[in-house]
Design a protein around this ligand. Sequence first.
Ligand code: FNR
Length: 382
Amino acid sequence: MLPSVMDYRAQARKRLPRLAFDYLDGGAEDGASLRRNVAAFGALEFVPEVLADVTDCQLQTTVLGAAAAMPAIVGPTGLNGLFWPDADVHLARAAHRAGLPFVLSTASTSLLEEVRAAGAGELWLQLYVQRDRRIAEHLMDRAWSSGYTALFLTVDVPVHGNRDHDKRNGFQLPLRPSGRLLLDLAAHPGWCWRMLRGGGPQLKNLAVSSNARENITEQASALSRQMDLALTWDDIDWLRRRWRGRIVIKGIQTLADARRAKARGVDGIVLSNHGGRQLECAPCPLEVLPEVAAELGQSLDVLVDGGVRRGSDIAKAAALGARAVLLGRAPLYGLAGRGPGGAGEVLAILRAELENTLRLLGRTRIGALDATAVRRRRAIFD
Ligand code: FNR
């Protein structure tokens, strides 16, 4: 086991070709949203209480009514097969062994049925709605009959974010072979071998749902071209009619939109700027969290994501009112850096760090963390 999530990131950087690592790690345009997501955690300091009996330490909670061993969920990420064959199956297993729910992306590279067959933990489906609504309807039907109990509608991707690194690396869709790309691949024979052995990643769920295309780049390109740009709040009613389980809107960025979500009667929201991968200079979710949680936290589950790299980050988000955080890149660093075991190791590290933070803070229950446990760092040295 490596010491920290960022050590797994360094390992992932070595093992992946640049085009895959930058796709995993990078943000939109100049990376301002991405950097701020991470920096926002560093701008907070804890307010510890000493000489509190910290013998017992309880991290468990509930999210959308489901048990979670700590206030964290393995969030949806697409094209995971670029990092390891059968990545979604491995990630779901790691989440379930850690006692955490797992959200499968619409752009997953494993069938949702395969992921279900891999374990008995809590599974939720993330939905991208394409113009042909039958694709989403088919996905929802399959997910419900496979025991997926919540739907995360992602609303911050009407169009794909502008990612310079993907263009620079030739990760444009469709993929265009270049000298640079071939050199990159030649420098990572282990990755190439794994991809060849696994038959290359496919957006399997969409292929089944839409009877679509041949290779992953064409499929991903089609997914992004065919996104329903006309999706509005009224479509939440369509989802309600089609989906019997819980509904969460992922990608809320302001209090005003959080209020709209509540008015539509959803079960939860994820404050998120898609890990800084979509709108550049978007609001930082952690900064929006306190006002949203204060006003709406009693009516629905307020989740947050972006920039969680330490267990102490989870404690800070919980203190500011988040029911849980979504983990995006962190488990992927584990998987890409050290294979299937690495994803579980990252989750174990985050858990151990969270427990350590709680004890050092003098708190013994995650539910007892509130805004008195953190404050903005004073800027006396700035
Ligand atoms: C994502 N994210 C994402 N979100 C979503 O709703 N559907 C998806 O298919 C994807 N795909 C995806 C791929 C990759 C490689 C990353 C890194 C992220 C966004 C993800 O769910 C989450 O919002 C962010 O990743 C959270 O930020 P951190 O934890 O990565 O900093």
